[in-house]
Design a protein around this ligand. Sequence first.
Ligand code: 2HA
Ligand code: ZN
Length: 271
Amino acid sequence: MNNIFEAPFVREMCETTANMYRLGWDERNGGNISCRLDAPMVEAYLDPGRVLRTLTLDFDASPLAGQYFIVTGTGKYFKNVKHCPQDNLGVIRIRPDGRAYEILWGFEDGGRPTSELPTHLMNHVQRLKADPKHRVVMHCHPLNLLAMTFVHDLDEKKFTKTLWRMCTECIVVFPEGVGVLPWMVCGNDAIGEATAQKIRDHRIVIWAAHGIFGTGETMDEAFGLIETVEKAAQVYMTIGRMPVRQSITDVQLRSLCQAFGIRPRAGYLDV
Ligand code: 2HA
Ligand code: ZN
């Protein structure tokens, strides 16, 4: 059996959480990540028959039955993951009936997965329908994006178009736009269901006055989506209250789409 501390999936979680902390996206215990793992990869490092604990789910995760995930822990600080992955991360497997999951590694100090596990699992179910290669759900609290949700209309089309206009590459990176939810209590099934409904046809969902969910086939894709949205929000907050003299027009957005061969969300460009 290989040393799990050297497993690429553990190392990548360590690197990513450290990066996100460094960017100021994950103060205190803010943020969480889950990444779907292939069984042969996990089983090269862990005995699949050695279950440490079994915990229940109060929704039906059966579309993910048998799937392994590496996830960050509830109450854990991203700042600390790299120094002690075995307490701050865990590998879980969804039980065949989808009503419970097993911990196979990690959370050694008695911890458990992120409080946002319902949202993560519901998002995985929806994204897998849209993209069978989907793997990563990432949540964090980037400063400028949060600020923007206080001063900008939360209408999805308006929010998306403002982001698209802030940096030329935005429409190329997220042509489907962003989903936006109004303020809600976090950590429960209701916000999980509302997020999952939006994540079906957006890879990004914003929670007003809270943060963002980014998804992708790889850690880089989820991270890159969040990074791009946050940069656009930073431009928006930086130019706030200054007289704007020019911006990117819908005609220009349309020519970007043509140049890069992408289709923007239907009905968003008024040309
Ligand atoms: O894990 O970010 O939304 C802490 C959070 C909850
Ligand atoms: Zn959060």
